[in-house]
Write a protein that binds this ligand. Sequence first.
Ligand SMILES: Nc1ncnc2c1ncn2[C@@H]1O[C@H](COP(=O)(O)OP(=O)(O)OP(=O)(O)O)[C@@H](O)[C@H]1O
Length: 314
Amino acid sequence: MNVLQLKKLTKKYGEFAAVDQLTLAVQEGEIFGLLGANGAGKSTTINMIASLIPITKGEIELLGKNIAKNGKFAKSNIGIVPQELAIYEDMTAYENVRFFAGLYGLRGPELKRRAEEALAFTGLSDKHRSYPRDFSGGMKRRLNIACAIAHRPKLIIMDEPTVGIDPHSRNYILNSVRKLNEMGSTIIYTSHYMEEVEELCTRIAILDHGKVIAEGTKAQLKSIITDQKEIRIDVRSATGLDTRKLSEIAGVRTVTVNDEQNSVSISTDAEVNILNRIIQGLMAADIEIRSVEESQPSLETVFLTLTGRSLRDS
Ligand SMILES: Nc1ncnc2c1ncn2[C@@H]1O[C@H](COP(=O)(O)OP(=O)(O)OP(=O)(O)O)[C@@H](O)[C@H]1O
């Protein structure tokens, strides 16, 4: 069953289409990844699903019902975790969750119980009476999530929920996404961290200039670029590596440096063997090589190939 269906969804600002006849279906039980570089139209799409901005053209169906005609139904079945924190610093954690759950339609003892459950779920029970102004960035993000899930929505949309937080809170959030999914919510997840999307999402759509340019499971997306292979080189430190020289080697398509993992990923034409030249190039740049591995293209390479832009640097 489709939980969400976007039918030729369009948002225009003057002549400019931020979202351009976007058609997409998200099925029940999925953790659906929405990938797009800055400006691709992700937030605009989410804002239309959340009824925060009007639709120019097209339709949004939630569980088969048009949300424009079923506002209350939509509100009680969608939970949005926005990119910008939407919590009140001068209200306690509990008051925040109660407030938002109330907006989503919960009342009375049920509201109280669900608000407490949401705080427990996000590991904030002991912060019940604390004010978010005293919270770390990660705790604020978790509270942001608690506010969106207390009413147990069928569909939860998370817009970059792990930006700028410590690894502990990040892991907590990723595990929460899995648990929420296991408990029956369908999830739409956007992130600038490709590894998160690879790890979490069962299906992915790549958005560019307001349109879906590719959609499928990880394996399906990777099979789009069978004419490429990828070489991953682990190095002592890749900081400051000038990638231009490597990019100039005939047969090299893209070079991506991952500073955090101390690795360089290079995609090349499938039929060429230029490993020696790549290694020479790295040695000439004084980069100490630890290991070299040939692999299938990563999702990052698929994204780069299709959009011409890196997700992280965009
Ligand atoms: N109110 C507005 N008026 C005019 N243009 C807008 C408005 N809101 C968004 N846009 C434009 O629409 C396009 C899509 O923006 P959107 O915020 O949806 O992108 P995004 O994929 O969410 O990017 P990001 O990763 O930066 O959040 C951008 O070119 C943006 O400049």
